[in-house]
Ligand binder design. Structure first.
Ligand code: FMN
Length: 160
């Protein structure tokens, strides 16, 4: 039997690496052939599947550095999310993972989620064929501005 271990953490001597080495040792003792690949040493083109794109994930992951520098950097900042997936089902599409990741991240950052617009669309041009979603996206844009203006008015009032 052959076993392939994909090491995803950037730390080659981290805990997940140590545990997967243990897995390898156990499997080798049982006669298996084990190959380990440290993914961070490879040049892998970002792609996506079952959640939002690798590019967006990489971008959002950088926000952690900003939060580390200033813990209230995102506090009460309004955010809107637009999410489309090809599968008709929010669960089998993986869209639910994207929503869960956004929710967890915004809660951690103490950001304010003003609204979500999501639906099943596959091909370029599909959005324009769904006026309901287009209208929701338009209204989300309006709500983002309205709540930002309100925050501005509130902070000006609190100065008076
Ligand atoms: C590289 C790639 C990966 C995709 N992965 C998924 C997926 O995991 N689940 C899903 O439901 N749809 C998936 N789709 C379908 C897209 O969600 C769908 O085509 C969507 O309309 C893409 O948004 P866009 O038109 O803004 O590019 C994928 C499409 C591409 C091109």
């Amino acid at each position: 039997m052959k076993i392939l271990i994909l090491k995803g953490s950037p730390r080659p001597d981290g805990s997940s690496s140590a545990l997967s080495d243990q897995l390898a040792a156990g499997a080798e003792k049982m006669g298996a052939e084990v190959e380990k690949i440290f993914l961070h040493s490879m040049d892998i083109r970002p792609f996506y599947w079952f959640t939002y794109s690798a590019q967006l994930k990489t971008c959002i992951d950088r926000w952690y550095s900003l939060w580390n520098y200033k813990h209230d950097a995102f506090k009460n900042k309004p955010f809107g999310v637009i999410l489309v997936y090809g599968d008709t089902d929010l669960y089998t599409s993986g869209g639910i993972h994207a929503i869960h990741t956004f929710e967890t991240m915004f809660r951690f950052l103490q950001a304010r989620v003003v609204g979500w617009v999501y639906g099943s669309l596959m091909d370029v041009g599909d959005a324009q064929k769904h006026p309901g979603l287009m209208e929701q996206a338009f209204q989300l844009g309006q709500r983002l501005v309205a709540c930002t203006s309100l925050t501005g008015i509130q902070s000006r009032l609190s100065l008076l």
